[in-house]
Design a protein. Structure first.
Length: 73
């Protein structure tokens, strides 16, 4: 049995980047929701923070759905 180390490294690299990107997007969404609460208590507009948070969550959902699509199809 021969292992293709280049392909294994490529899969590892792509998986690492995708994982860090998804965790980063989710973190930005959570931060956006917390900024929304802070803006609401300080009298500022919370619409931008909420919209950005929902956009981050939507991108996370799209990435997970695409991953499931790749596995199933």
């Amino acid at each position: 049995m021969k292992i293709d180390w280049a392909a294994l490294g490529s899969v590892f690299g792509v998986s690492l980047v995708a994982t860090v990107a998804l965790v980063g997007l989710f973190t930005l969404g959570v931060i956006g929701l917390s900024k929304q609460e802070q803006a609401a208590t300080q009298g500022g507009s919370a619409v931008l923070a909420r919209t950005g948070a929902y956009a981050c969550f939507a991108l996370c959902l799209a990435a997970v759905a695409y991953g499931i699509y790749l596995i199933v199809a």
